[in-house]
Structure formats: C-alpha cells, structure tokens
Design a protein around this ligand. Sequence first.
Ligand code: CA
Length: 495
Amino acid sequence: MNKKPNIIFIESDSMDGRAFGSMGFSPLKNSTPAMDRLAREGSIFEQTYTNSPICVCSRASMFSGRYIFNCHAWNNYKGIPASYPTFFTEFKDVGYDMGIFGKTDYISGQHTQRARVTAWLRTANLRLPEYNMAKPEILENQDKRVHKRDWENVDSSVEFLKTTVQKNQAGGDKPFFLYLGVNQPHPEFKTSRYYLDKVDQDSIEIPPKDNYNHPVMEYQRISNAWRHGTDPESVKKLRAIYYAMIAETDAMIAEVMETLRSLNKEDETIVIYTSDHGEMAMEHEQFYKSNMYEPALRVPLIFKGAGVNQGLRIKRSVSHIDIFPTLMELTGIKNRKPLDGNSLGPELRGEKSALPDQVFSEYHECSVNESTSMIRQGDFKYIAFAGGYEPLLFNLKDDPWEINNLASSMPEKAKEMKAALYKISDLDKVAAHVKEYEQDSFRIWRDEQKAAGTYEETMARIYAGWDNPKELDIKPWSKEREDRIIEWLEECSYM
Ligand SMILES: [Ca+2]
C-alpha cells in the first residue's frame, strides 16, 4: 500500500474569508501572495462559514466534525473534553507523525474567569462592558515579525518539517500531520509600517449603517464596548491595520510553504488553510465576532495537493464541519465516528456536488443576551434569536452589507427559511438547555467565590471589562446588579 499523504493544516484566527486579493478584494490586491498561490495551485471554497463564531466553539466543532448542539461546546470555557474524538485523534491513531504548534484552543477548562462568567450571565442582560480593547496601533518601523509568538510557532513548524523529512530519509516512513495555529489577525489591532504599506488604503470601504436597530446587536455594542471611534477616519484606520495583519499572516504561511517546497515534499502533501471565524472590523459598528453577520462567519478554506484540482473557485456555501470528512476521504482513512458534515472530495475533483447550497451556524456565548442561529440558503440568510427577539432576513446578493432587514417585507420567505433552520436545530430548545447549564454553572461558581469571600470584588473586576484591572476604574459591585442576578437565577428556562 502506498504511503498516505502528509498533511499541513494552517489555521489563522479571525480572518474574514472574503479578504483575499485573488477573490478581487482590492485593499489586499497582490498583498496575500502565499494564500493566493495556495488557491491557484489548489482549490478555494469562496463561501465558507464557521459553525460558531468564537474561538473554542468554532474549533471544537471543526475538529470534531459536529455541530455545537451535538458536541455541546457552548462557550470558550466549555469546549469538548480532551478525550473527545477529533481529526487529530484519527491521524494519530493511524500512525501519523504529529506536530502541533500554536493555538488549538478547543478543550474545556481554558480561558479567563471573565470569559466564563460573562458567558454564563449573558441572559441576565446586565448590559455592562465585557471588554476593554486596546487602541489601534501602527509601529513606525519596518518590522516583518510584529507578532513574535506566532513567528516562534512558525519557526517550530519549519523545524518540525525539516526534522521529520530528514528522519524519513534516514529510513522512517511515517507520513506527518503538521498543525500550525497562528493567532493573527486576531485583535488587538497592531501592525508595522512595513505591512501597512502593503494595503491599498484608497480602496478601503467604510461600512454603511444598518437600516434597523436590533436589540441583541445593541446589547453586543454595549458589551464589546468599542472605545476608539466610529467616525469614517477611525474606521478606515482600523480596517487598514486589520488588513495589514492579514498580510503578516500571509508571510507566515509563505515561510511554511517555502520550507515544504525546499524539501521537495509538495507532491506528497495535502495543505489546508482556514481560520476559526472572521472579524467585524467595524461593520455594524462592531469589532470581534460573536454574531451571525458575514464578516464574523466567513472564513477562508483552501485545499491543495493529491486529489485536489488546481484553480477551482467553488461558490457553493460550505462550513467547517465539512473539513473532517473531506480529510478522511483525501487520505483514505475510514472514519469511525458520526459526523455532521459532508466530504467536499467530489467538488475538489471538479465534480458537481449533490448537496444543497445550505449552511448552518449557531452561537450561545458572551456578548449576546440571547442565543442566535442562522441558515444560509442560496442568496438568502435568515438569523433567528431565542427569547422572542425578532429575526433578521437578508438577500446577500442585493445587500452584501446586510443593512436591509427583509423579515417583515418578505414574510413567506422568512417562514420558509425559519422552517429550514429549525429542521436542523430547534434554537429555542437548545437555548433553554444552555441557559440551564449556565445557571447551574454560575450558582456553583458563586457559592465558591462567596465561601472564599471574593465574590463582590471578582464581579466588579469582571464587569470593568478587562482581565488586568490595574488600568481600570473599578466600581464596587452594586446591590442593583446583584438583585438582577438573583432574579435571573430564579428564571425557569423551560416554559
Ligand atoms: Ca478565535
């Protein structure tokens, strides 16, 4: 039997999947050469969605191939157990030489106290800041390695490739699986003049304002607490820095790909590039992700190597859960686990897909006061909210910025989309289940904090919006806020 192909899986954090020079995105034209080359030598899915737009939830779903409502990775603290089957365990079990570097971030128990408490308390609707994002920053220098920790992981990946190939030439015959998780282009928004000069600033678009005001998105603006301007000049500067960070991410990918080429292993290796979720970059006056808009949900997805045609630009909407079955098909590993996605192998070979143009995503984490889910079918996207909030309906072809809500002007379409969405997962049932978990988790945590005498102080720090309180004006935890929590703890999730 022939040796199985090697795998290089590169995952960035927070890259908007629409921001490719090769997809006609002007600010980065000619500034993402490594990604563009991957797309040219392999194939790109131009409409790829995350199944949940925040770190742990996205990654737990992608790596396990299960929707969140099946794997129960509700927030950045509650991911999946280390023992949960993922594609990492599949490759390890069939004997791949594993090299895992940088951010994986899918296992339960991680992230800060603030992250877990704000997630548990979201439906208490406290309407307090949860973040304190640093001011966007341009370093006036020619530094090519601005984000040092990522570069250390790039260097480790390069070293792994060299060592593994050398070992194989000396008689080893195992295929390798290299995973590189870089934290770029995740905010804070910081870059050097070197990368900023790669961005065509004249072609940066300033997002238009919404023609509606959705209460859950208003809550998100309070919670994310952007403090650095929403005027066109501030927005343009932030977007320029964000795109420059994508250019730096591209330089990281270039380094790994150049090493692979220098080792003459390109033909024996399948390369995948994706990101965990996107970045709002001030669309809808938001930064970060955590909602169902295109900038938060859209991610890059490129496959290159054996079994993949060159230069296909595939338009059908796909999502992260399709990666696991695709990897299994491309490497001929017989998958033993139930998976929610479908292999994209046929499309990568240029065959027409038999699958519907439909994707699903959901979100139950911090900075929204109710769970939300969405379905995209063809040109339309329907966003549902639990808790009785009005839905949103967009025609993405006519309204790519998602500023015109059609839910009340197209009631038949909204009804049809809602039925398709709830056929995949009943948001109200899932939201009720998550809320019960959140109330239980918070109760236990609060009892522990009270026993230690640290409850009020910890809560005051958490809702000062920052993990490092020394810079902040921390106000004492008020009776009014605590009364709201007591009331919330008594709310029954099941009606
Ligand atoms: Ca992330």
